[in-house]
Ligand binder design. Structure first.
Ligand code: SAM
Length: 461
């Protein structure tokens, strides 16, 4: 597994995260050595991609088996150019989730770094590890005499320290594969208009996963497995009115609308206007008409006049049958993530913001309604501690069982009882460490070897 070292974080962020995973409750349960080992595994897991790519199938438009078949055909044509090549693409269904297709990722493969280096940003490096080519905006440095057609090795700048336009870089970096340059160096850095398109076409990526660029856009939506679980846990029903408070780019919004058979109303809010355009584009691409998207600060989404019905925000209290708060978070569960340059202050800034959003969520939810809170991070402060705070602050809320529950239970350390922890769902990739390689049993490996993620489900009494 450990081709490159674990995720590179600022020293104080590593210490903070270590204190989370080696908290007193955890040490009392599994011992210091067990806790330390889990933490080290987490750091390495985070820097590698999950071992399955997850696709959410538009079963509101076409039956799952038909989508699976079409996807197999499309990817076969794209991946294997000549019919002489052996050409099957493995695609698995999930026994508990009816709209999920899983494709194994092959890697890390024994690819050697032999060529002059093209340096890319950490985000671009992560995309390459998930099957993408290198797009020009992701390139930070390239060899002095690089010409289109040159074979190059692509490395990811782990600490965001490489200067744009540099010809070489000696800082901390990780090799992600070999490719062929599509442009000369001057075509990347010496242009009046910023260059677009593919800069390096990957031919020997460290991880081989199918590229979904333009493949069945209305039927196959790339989405991490825990994110698909969120939609099912929320459990929307046709005819209901649902609020997705932090919606962009709209993966979960569209899933909610699809689960409702596009019957009812899904209100999507996000505070950034161009992200709202993405929500609307995704809704259109997936042929969903029940979604209404607004650019709005969700903290202010409750109107002071509780009688006035308006179409858009702010809304009167108790306007929604279900609310999803997929909160802005420190994102430390994202994979692959080889380097995060965030400060501890930035990471700590999310807990108060999430609490403000949570207040609004509770006020906008009808009595008897369901609130789902989720994050893609691994800290206690943004997950179990938020649940403990919410149960304390809002006596009207009770934790509910989740269906499906394919992740682990909540983590010790926030003072929650064993019963409460069992009702939470934490996706902890480090727990998949000992389950063998890609041949490990499905679905348990695919269920555990995911991004780090957290889900809590509440009923408002
Ligand atoms: N639910 C989305 C999906 O599945 O595609 C991902 C949401 S992402 C985790 C969090 C989003 O919250 C970002 O798009 C961010 O712009 C938005 N956001 C942050 N603060 C907000 C606020 N006060 N009001 C509304 N949206 C906010």
């Amino acid at each position: 597994m450990s081709v490159f070292p674990g995720i590179s974080l600022k020293p104080d962020v590593t210490e903070f995260l270590k204190s989370v995973f080696l908290n007193n409750e955890v040490i009392a349960a599994v011992g210091r050595e067990g806790a330390e080992s889990r933490f080290q595994k987490l750091l390495i897991c985070l820097s590698h991609p999950p071992s399955y790519t997850c696709v959410r199938a538009s079963t509101h438009l076409t039956p799952l088996e038909e989508i699976r078949h079409k996807l197999g055909e499309e990817l076969r044509k794209k991946t294997f150019k000549s019919s002489a090549e052996d050409s099957t693409v493995q695609i698995f269904t999930h026994p508990q989730i009816p709209d999920v297709l899983l494709l194994p990722v092959d890697g890390p493969r024994p690819v050697k770094q032999l060529h002059p280096e093209v340096v890319v940003g950490a985000q671009c490096g992560s995309a390459v590890l998930r099957g993408a080519h290198v797009f020009v905006p992701g390139i930070i440095a390239s060899p002095k005499y690089m010409k289109a057609g040159d074979v190059v090795s692509v490395v990811s700048d782990l600490e965001a320290k490489c200067t744009r336009g540099a010809k070489s870089f000696l800082g901390k970096k990780a090799f992600v594969g070999n490719g062929v340059a599509e442009l000369d160096r001057s075509g990347i850095f010496c242009t009046d208009e910023p260059a677009k398109g593919i800069g390096v076409r990957m031919v020997e990526p460290l991880y081989l996963s199918p590229s979904f660029d333009g493949v069945l856009p209305s039927l196959a939506f790339l989405q991490n497995l825990p994110s698909v679980v969120v939609g099912h846990v929320l459990g929307p029903r046709p005819g209901e009115r649902i609020l997705d408070m932090c919606a962009a780019p709209g993966g979960k919004t569209c899933h909610i609308a699809a689960l409702m058979g596009d019957q009812g109303e899904v209100v999507a809010l996000d505070k950034i206007q161009n992200k709202i355009e993405r929500v609307l584009q995704n809704a259109q691409m997936l042929h969903l008409r029940s979604i209404k998207a607004y650019c709005f600060n969700s903290i202010k989404a409750v109107s002071s006049d509780s009688t006035q019905e308006t179409e858009g925000p702010p809304f009167p209290p108790e306007s929604f049958d279900r609310v999803l708060l997929d909160a802005p978070c420190s994102g430390l569960g994202q994979r692959p993530n080889m380097g995060c340059a965030w400060s501890l202050k930035e990471i700590r800034s999310y807990q108060p913001l999430q609490r403000k959003l949570f207040h609004t969520a509770v006020r906008l939810l009808k009595k008897g309604g369901i609130l789902v809170y989720s994050t893609c991070t691994v800290t206690l402060a943004e997950n179990e501690e938020q649940v403990a705070w919410a149960l304390d602050s809002f006596p009207c809320l009770t934790l509910q069982p989740q269906e499906p529950h394919i992740g682990a239970e909540g983590m010790l350390g926030a003072g929650l009882s064993p019963e409460q922890l069992r009702l939470l769902q934490r996706f902890s990739p480090e727990l998949s460490w000992d389950q063998g390689g890609i041949e490990g049993p499905l679905p348990s490996r695919a269920d555990r070897d995911t991004i780090g993620f957290f889900i809590a489900k509440f009923l408002k009494n």
